[in-house]
Design a protein around this ligand. Sequence first.
Ligand code: ADP
Ligand code: MG
Length: 321
Amino acid sequence: MALGEFDLIARYFANCGPQRTDVRVGVGDDGAVLAPPLGHDLIAVVDTLVEGRHFPPDSPPDSIGHRALAVNLSDLAAMGATPAWALLALTLPAANERWLEQFARGADRLLRRYGVALVGGDTTSGPLTITVQLLGFVPRGLALRRNGAQPGDVVMVSGTPGDAAAGLALEQAQLVAAEDVAVALRQRFLYPAPRVELGVALRSLASACIDVSDGLGADLGKLCTASGCGAELELSAMPLSGPLIAAVGRARALQLALAGGDDYELCFTVPPTAFSQLVELARVSSTPIARIGSVTERSGVVLRDGATVTQFSARGFDHFR
Ligand code: ADP
Ligand code: MG
């Protein structure tokens, strides 16, 4: 690498993100020394993005920096955690200063937005791969889990799933759409907004929670399996965005909402008695949420479309990926 590893770390990552007083030792030593708050559980998540697999080659570098953090923030959100610390393992084909500067800017924006300190990492050369580990806290015993859904609970989802999958298809020139629609959808793939505030607010309300990364149908299926139950989704209640319907029409929009990926929305269940509290909370935090179905005793995810009921299977939707 033209730029030495130490210069690279010092220039782009030593001052990336905000400072926090609970970081005793950050970037620069062999390890970070961190002071978790008393009375809390530590929640740890890690996710890797590989070029060509998790993002198209030649993606905007600030989007790669953004997404590397967003996918991890989304996992923490699904656990109800407040994010605190990040570690960044970067494998780079070359030390391209323009690329690094934009990558670091994308990461810095999200780190500051959520008050997360970058406390360490690793830098090596090789095929472009970004691994981020995030650490966060939940008051002891209050972490959200996938396994608490009960028959009769209401199934909810945040935002408008399906947009990111259409955005990726546009990025890869597998789809064309009017310019304003295309810009809106691409944005949803390139710069997903993790639902951190919603996750924290759900701590005392949701019976189960998962973040939607592999498609709403598949991820709700995982929540149901973990909870030992099933779910029925009402297709007419699916929150579809205007740009998505404009780009692909309602039928395909529904398929993308159920089986597309990369949404980073939260899918969660609440007891019916908590529903009104939830609506108020969503209003206060101005996070869009929609009631899309209910938890059933019978396992599996079924889709109701008027009088017609079909079984959801991710495989049946694979050709839309
Ligand atoms: P070591 O040789 O002990 O593994 P390194 O030379 O790899 O240490 O890293 C030196 C310091 O820089 C360490 O504190 C490490 O956590 C930090 N660091 C390395 N790469 C990154 C990165 N991409 N982002 C943030 N911190 C990093
Ligand atoms: Mg060392």
